[in-house]
Design a protein around this ligand. Sequence first.
Ligand code: NAP
Ligand code: HSE
Length: 483
Amino acid sequence: MKFLAGLGLILYGVANQSSAFAFTARPAFGAKQFRHHLASGLQAVGVETLGIVGGGTVGGGIVEILENNRELFTKMTGKEINVARLAVKDLSKARDFDTPSSTTVSDNFEDILDDGSIDTVVEVMGGTSLAKDVVIKSLKSGKNVVTANKALIADCLVEIENTVIEVNAARGEGESPVEFRYEAAVCGGIPIISSLQGDFVGDEITMCTGIINGCTNYMLTEMDKNGLSYEESLKGASELGYAEADPTLDVGGFDARSKLKILMRLAFGIDVEEDEISCKGIPELTKEDFEYAAMLGGTIKLTGVAKKISDSEVAAFVSPTYLDNGDTLASISGATNAVEIQSKNLVRSTYTGQGAGRYPTANSCINDIIKVARGDINPLPFNSKGPASLKFVNDFKSKFYIRMRYRDQNGITKDCGNLCEENDIGIYSILQNPIKNRNDACFVLMTDSVKLSQVKKFVAQIEGKDWCKGDVFFMPMLRDEDL
Ligand code: NAP
Ligand code: HSE
């Protein structure tokens, strides 16, 4: 980090003059700000020089919040925080935020990597290939990194952590360590990452349950409360900007799975291959599922769940789940996110708020930037209790809700009963509305607490019966004695 005493000059160099349109030399600190600083008792004034890669939804929010809080942030950090460079893809695109006149805007992010005056790189362009280069190269050249990129973190967190360790081990005496922060990568505005890194140090997390995709939570709320169809609710979510560019990532549960994988690293210290985590999205849900859920006194939410199931094992899944209406998570509606942590000391704590959007997400990036500028050091990259011995198992026990469509005939419940007995599955309850159409009816079987693997086997056998129509849908019930 570079500290300048009093007034100093920063020269903003331009590596690629053809694609950059600002070149300026100006005092690092205005006289008024400097007087204010002296008056506040601070002896030295520093500068934190930022390079932001990405000037879209999140990047624009970061620039705006920095500009609007310039004096406050200087007071908080003892430094002037300057966005020296901003990289975007298309320089001709109109921006919905003002870029400070002293910021050099370019369409070549290498300008930021090559600029030795930059202390901290803020990566908010997204993607996993170029963004990975930006993050790794920045760290290797001794720059701090702040990112909002969940796809990158889900893919490469361990590699990035190792890079940070290597870089810091090689730093000379008196050099401050490089910092890597990614608060915005999971649940946008909710400070869940710093909570997991810093607030459970003497605790042991046993379960992490999240409504961690705003798009699908909005859709399920609309389907349940307002009777919208799947298609209508997806259209609404896209129009409101909740959906990813490829909404399959949302509705298929994959976005939630990326976030769950990151939460598992933080909560349990384990690194799981993302596609080993069972993932079921919401497209199979029907109106009848909400009707049956209502009959049971609850609703359906897409949740990501990771749970310690023994001293050495953690199970996890992303799936629609049944929740009683009295459950705190059942009340999380619209695009709001929530993460519930169960732990030995704190017992149960829930973190809720906006999981996406310009200002909630930029807010998390700003918190990271301020912490870095202040010289805060992460107390723990992840919860360190037992990571060496914990392993991931792709199976878990729960009560399950199993919905079957059928062509009516005698002996269907007998078939189900026989197959349950064969698979050692206890029946907890059977729900069926009066049949309206004998060619296309459905009923629900709820199991006692059994393993996912038993349910999958049972379902495959049911799907082989001539009376069964289409795929059988199943989901866990969130609160039973095992889950
Ligand atoms: P966005 O609006 O699409 O902005 C991306 C920005 O990156 C654009 O300004 C784009 O330039 C720029 N860019 C793309 N490729 C580039 C390249 N090769 N070189 C330089 N700049 C490049 O995306 P966003 O919504 O801000 O999301 C940014 C990151 O935050 C993503 O990783 C996302 O997953 C994460 N995030 C977003 C939210 C949210 O609510 N939006 C929430 C949590 C996390 P142009 O503008 O010129 O095209
Ligand atoms: N599509 C994501 C969501 C955006 O709905 O949660 C934030 O990651």
